[in-house]
Design a protein around this ligand. Structure first.
Ligand code: FO1
Length: 328
């Protein structure tokens, strides 16, 4: 069964670990293709940083810092200390020494003219990734956040990473803009991974800053809507709160309630031109099932808190089962 997953952030990476074990996907025979969000990407100190691609690469490659959820295990921050010693800006982004090696190799290859998708495949070779990881596009697309400038009160756009890391999403977001998406193209293999999939999964990623940028690339949303595969989503909201991160601050900016049902409605039922055939919610939200089912979306309630790898495998197995039943 070929499974295609739209992924961004830590929740997706942990779900993918379960999906790999549930599908038996391997580096030599990958049955899972991950379309990674690149809207979080930022160029700092001349280095191209791809947080959501690296979350998948490090987590599935065994090199991730499990506690932080981003960056490398056994990390040190000596370079960052030295940058701060010079008063170099920005000083709010935690660049780790091991992580910098990834950005150096990536940036050198990009500057030599290689596409991001080619470079990503090369980086993943080191990690013997048990999936195919493809960036949503090889073109520059950046998520910027429109806030009220604290000094002038006028609208001002800042890079997503500044809003997320420096401001901890504590500054009200008026709007999210996926800069460059209108003229971007899906990276090679992206549309094929969608049209040939037996199952498409929207994992518990942030709907606004991880999934939406992928859907903003011309051609991707339509390909999903028309794909023969069933589309199964996993709610990133449990009991009215994000499982991790600050999706609530993002959802409120687009007037979507921070509930599992509201996010399902936001993605929309497939039969009305939306994305979802099915929605997996946590047991804590089982009472929302009838309302979601009324939208025309099949609902499964189960433990979705990835406190141990077994939970992610169970959720993945449930998605596979639904996918085989609903495939068109
Ligand atoms: N997140 C933080 O909250 N603080 C950081 O200092 C930080 C540094 C960082 C460096 C590299 C990288 O790949 C990710 C990093 N992240 C950091 C996470 C990142 O901001 C988010 O994980 C994603 O962009 C959102 O999913």
């Amino acid at each position: 069964m070929q499974v295609t997953v739209l992924a961004g952030g830590i929740g997706a990476a942990r779900f993918l670990r379960g999906l790999v074990s549930a599908t038996g996907s391997t580096h030599d025979k990958p049955s899972v293709t991950v379309i990674g969000n690149t809207g979080d990407d930022i160029r700092l100190f001349g280095l191209q940083i791809c947080p959501d691609l690296d979350s998948v690469m490090y987590t599935l490659g065994g090199g991730a810092d499990e506690e932080r959820g981003w960056g490398r295990a056994n990390e040190s921050f000596t370079v960052l200390e030295e940058l701060r010693g010079y008063g170099a800006k920005p000083d709010w982004f935690g660049l780790g020494d091991r992580d910098i090696a990834t950005h150096l190799v990536r940036t050198q290859a990009l500057d030599a003219g290689y596409r991001l998708s080619t470079v990503t495949a090369g980086l993943c070779e080191r990690w013997q990734l048990p999936v195919s990881l493809i960036p949503m596009t090889d073109d520059r697309v950046e998520t910027h956040v429109v806030i009220d400038d604290p000094d002038t009160g006028q609208p001002a756009a800042i890079h997503f990473q500044e809003w997320w890391v420096r401001h901890r999403a504590a500054v009200a977001a008026r709007e999210f803009v996926y800069v460059g998406c209108d003229t971007a193209s899906p990276a090679p293999g992206v549309l094929e991974a969608i049209t040939t999939a037996d199952l498409i999964v929207l994992p518990p990623s942030n709907p606004v800053v991880s999934i939406a940028p992928i859907l903003s690339i011309p051609g991707i949303r339509d390909a999903i809507s028309q794909a023969p595969a069933a589309v199964v989503g996993v709610s990133p909201i449990v009991g009215g709160k994000p499982v991790r991160g600050m999706a609530d601050a993002c959802l409120s900016a687009i007037d979507v309630d921070t509930t599992s049902a509201a996010v399902a409605q936001h993605y929309g039922p497939r039969r009305e031109g939306g994305l979802l055939d099915a929605w997996i919610v946590d047991l804590a939200d089982a009472d929302a099932a009838p309302a979601i089912a009324d939208l025309g979306i099949r609902v499964e309630a189960m433990d979705t808190i990835f406190s141990n790898p077994g939970v992610a495998s169970n959720v993945a197995a449930s998605a596979l089962k639904i996918g085989s039943e609903l495939r068109r």
